[in-house]
Ligand binder design. Structure first.
Ligand code: 0A1
Ligand code: ZN
Length: 875
């Protein structure tokens, strides 16, 4: 390869992992070198002395890709070879300056057996492919050249017996791009959705960001063994097969949605990640946060914006807010790490995307586009920092962005405290705001914590539920000066720029006391909002808020208040909020008179309103406190799970008839439709799934048969899995029957088997740990396949009742599993350890149980990946 790496010194130091590589030969300008005076090989590097530029350095290494179970570098998945080089996998292939700011052009020649490896791929364009000339040779070779300079983490190579699904895309400038999806031959019929998603992504990036693809060929390869979701290697994306392959019988609606979004995500990286890459791995969010933002917008533009926003916020709260409350808490731009593989986190990805979304909210759509255009104009071809991105945003923004940069450097979720008062005499609404920042984690100290710039999208509702028009707002600066900002005529949402630790906004010309204030519309900042609202106000907002996100949020808030009141045994409050919640759920199920639609509102939104916050969402909120005064900052997970289940039951009981009616109506409506993984029918299915879960949770004796019938009559994987999930938590015989039937019918489909393992792992049935342990030796399970490990072991840790079992059996199971997986694949074992990193949030019974297992793990000789997480969990 052509590597324009500036040597600067006479010794060239190249990264390399001697645990896998065996160095065969080093030649400089055609001459082999050897001996300590010429070069030194150490565990993690090769130093070549006295190199004078320019030089041609030829390095030959050997390694056993078949035994590379870490799935980093070049490895075998099934009968095929493939690579994974992000973040530091290239150094497991050869010695190289394996860092993102060294950008080189690559020419790759692959030699392989013709029969076993008919397909040989690498980045860029195919230059030549030929049989090896000697008559009796079974070998052939292919040479690829990628004209775009790139860092080593974007290198890729694939060889195997793969089948191509081909299509094309004509770019905005009229160039035809060949699109190819490569799969194992028996899966080729499952690629249509991924191909269509790719074409839509290419079109969307042109329409929305003016970005065109820059080569004539784009390949996607689906592999069964992959540590993560997918990888954006230049022109040769490698995907976990679960994010490519789909048919109505093997994929749920959610899988279809994820395929579209991840195909988009990897494609969008071509500009945000590949053309402009990261200077170092501390800047990882520069490419990941921005690309997640882009894939979120892609989903929003293609489907329902509010439904997508709600899903994104749910995900953020349950994963990233929890991470902020764990030993893994770190800022969007971390300042230290032991293993970069451990930092592909919800903070880098999802919080990173929220940071980009705040720029978007503050600049507005047009200016944001202008700023992004400037980013590409200024930095194309460079390895950049988040400061470079901040600089272009600041330059274009009409709002000064002081304090915004702290979103990158300060870890944790800010608490935004709000109170409001109507000033009748002056016809103003006073909104007092305060931000409370968490103490920085030990590993990421910050000398002077400053206030973060929080955009607070705000609207006011009158008694009839209509938005009050807004005209202007005033803010008193620290200097004492009052600044008044006029908002555009007709505006009913104002983005209040809050950048102090505390301050007051006065919303002017408010003719009457608002019936309710709608704060943080569309979740305009990744904060926990404390704002005292009565059950009536929340019900009013849930029914009328013009902002669909806040309609959902008000229902969620009622649920949070109901659950927290039960948790703290405040029975009066619990009754009030549970009743209000049931009424709100009943209202959401309302159906238009004489209408054929199942619900007045979008059924997908109704399903979201009906769903209660997950345990993962509730945990950090409870200890952070929902009600402004945590009674006990340490969590009892079993109690929390119990009161959550009770809330599900109490509210379901109050509206059982409505639930049944809607269940039947969705069944009827779906019966008329042929399965499609999009449109209104996906909403109908998610509503149906939500309801069947509620009903079985309410009374399994009464409703398990309904779930079983749903399972048996399902014509698609979505409804089958929904029914199976509802049954999985019950103790009825229907459960075992459905699980057995499912396995017998789908045992040859890998994706279905993975779903089958997962649904059993997540079951809340008492003492499920023994069943899950038994599944470790089931014929379908393989500890070397990450998808199966995540489904079974990772899935188990999400069952509160079993993971937190009072006898410690759940913790012991996780530790045993980590020890076994760590021998095979450290990236995967490190991921499995996630649930232990919140140990310090729990009451002593639970915390001590986790700590006992963590100490046991600490004494074992773990991989560097796993021991970093164990160390942080014990802190
Ligand atoms: N950059 C990829 C994700 C990815 C990261 C690391 C990997 O191996 C350690 C693999 C994939 C993305 O954001 O899609
Ligand atoms: Zn990414």
């Amino acid at each position: 390869m052509q590597c324009d790496f500036f040597l600067g010194a006479t010794s060239l130091i190249l990264d390399g992992d001697a645990s896998i590589l065996s160095l065969q030969q080093v030649c400089i300008n055609g001459e082999e070198i050897s001996g300590d005076t010429k070069m030194q090989v150490e565990q993690d590097k090769l130093t070549i002395h006295n190199v004078t530029e320019p030089a041609e350095i030829r390095i030959t290494t050997r390694f056993n890709a078949k035994e590379n179970t870490e799935l980093a570098g070049l490895y075998k998945s099934g009968d095929n070879f493939c690579t994974q080089c992000e973040a530091e996998g290239f150094r497991r292939i050869t010695y190289f300056p394996d860092r993102p700011d060294v950008m080189s052009t690559y020419t790759t020649t692959i030699h392989a057996d013709r029969e076993k490896f008919p397909v040989m791929l690498s980045n860029g364009n195919l230059v030549s492919k030929q049989k090896v000339s000697s008559k009796d040779s079974s070998m052939h070779s292919a040479t690829w050249h990628d004209p775009w300079p790139k860092p080593s983490y974007l290198f890729a190579l694939v060889a195997g017996n793969l089948t191509a699904t081909r299509d094309t895309f004509c770019t905005q400038s009229g160039k035809n791009v060949d699109l190819v999806i490569w799969t194992d031959p028996h899966n080729a019929h499952l690629t249509a959705h991924a191909m269509y998603s790719l074409q839509r992504a290419m079109k969307w990036d042109e329409d929305r960001f003016g970005l065109e693809y820059d080569l004539d060929l784009f390949n996607i390869v689906a592999v069964d063994d992959f540590n993560m979701g997918a990888m954006e290697n230049k022109s040769l994306n490698v995907f976990n097969s679960r994010l490519v392959l789909a048919s109505p019988d093997t994929a749920t609606d959610l899988s279809y949605e994820q395929i579209e979004s991840v195909v988009g995500h990897e494609y969008f990286h071509n500009w945000t990640g590949n053309r402009i890459t990261c200077r170092d791995w501390f800047q990882l969010s520069l490419k990941e946060g921005l690309t997640v933002f882009r894939d979120q917008e892609f989903t929003m533009d293609l489907h329902s914006r509010p439904v997508a926003r709600i899903n994104d916020v749910r995900n953020l709260r349950s994963r990233q807010f929890a991470e902020d409350k764990s030993g893994m808490s770190h800022p969007v731009r971390p300042i230290s790490y032991e293993k970069i593989d451990n930092f592909y986190t919800a903070t880098i990805y999802e919080k990173g995307a929220e940071v980009i979304r705040m720029y978007y909210t503050l600049l507005g759509k047009e200016k944001f586009r202008k700023a992004i255009d400037l980013y590409f104009e200024r930095h194309d071809g460079q390895a950049c920092t988040t400061d470079d991105f901040f600089a272009v945003m600041s330059e274009v923004s009409s709002v000064p962005l002081d304090g915004f940069e702290r979103w990158y450097t300060q870890a944790g979720t800010p608490v935004l405290k709000a109170s409001s008062e109507y000033l009748k005499d002056t016809q103003q609404l006073r909104l007092s705001l305060q931000q409370v920042l968490p103490t920085p984690p030990e590993a990421h100290p910050v000398e002077h914590m400053g206030p973060q710039f929080i955009p607070v999208s705000t609207g006011l509702l009158d008694d009839n539920g209509n938005d009050l028009p807004l005209t202007s707002y005033s803010y008193q600066e620290d200097s004492g000066q009052t600044i008044t900002t006029t908002v555009d005529q007709g505006t009913t949402t104002a983005v209040l720029p809050f950048k102090a630790f505390s301050g007051e906004f006065l919303i002017n010309n408010v003719p009457q006391k608002p019936a309710a204030v709608s704060l943080l519309r569309d979740f305009s900042a990744p904060v926990v909002l404390h704002y005292n609202q009565t059950a009536e106000e929340l019900q009013h907002l849930a029914k009328h808020d013009s902002n669909p996100f806040n309609r959902y949020e008000s229902t969620q808030k009622l649920a949070r208040l109901a659950i927290s009141a039960s948790y703290y045994q405040e029975s009066n409050h619990a009754t009030t909020f549970n009743e209000a919640l049931a009424t709100t759920h009943g209202n959401a199920l309302e159906r238009e008179d004489n209408s054929k639609t199942v619900t007045k509102l979008d059924p997908a939104a109704v399903a979201q309103m009906l769903s209660l916050p997950s345990i993962e969402e509730l945990g950090p909120l409870l200890i952070q406190d929902i009600t402004d005064s945590p009674k006990d900052p340490l969590l009892d997970p079993l109690l929390l799970n119990g009161v959550r289940t009770q809330a599900i039951q109490t509210t379901a009981e109050a509206i059982e008839n409505d639930l049944l009616q809607t269940f039947n109506a969705t069944t009827e409506a779906l019966h008329q439709l042929e399965y499609e993984p999009h449109g209104v029918q996906t909403g109908l299915r998610s509503l149906k799934g939500q309801i069947i879960n509620r009903l079985v949770a309410l009374d399994e004796h009464k409703h398990a048969n309904r779930a079983h019938a749903m399972f048996e009559t399902a014509t698609n994987m979505t409804e089958r899995m929904m029914a199976l999930t509802a049954l999985s938590h019950s103790t009825s015989n229907y459960r075992t029957d459905a699980l057995d039937q499912f396995y017998q019918r789908w045992r040859t489909e890998q994706l279905n088997v993975i779903a089958w393992l997962g649904v059993q792992a997540r079951s809340e049935v008492v003492n499920n740990v023994s069943k899950v342990r038994a599944l470790l030796s089931h014929e379908s399970f393989d500890m070397r396949t990450p998808n199966k490990v995540y489904a079974l072991i990772g899935g188990f840790s999400t069952s509160p009742a079993n993971f937190h079992a009072a006898d410690g059996s759940g913790y012991e199971f996780l530790a045993d599993s980590v020890l076994a997986v760590d021998q095979i694949n450290p990236q995967v074992s490190a991921r499995l350890l996630g649930p232990f990193t919140t140990a310090n949030n729990y009451q002593p019974l639970y915390r001590d149980g986790m700590v006992q297992q963590l100490l046991r793990l600490e004494r074992a000789s773990l991989s560097g990946n796993a021991s970093e997480i164990v160390g942080k969990a014990l802190r």
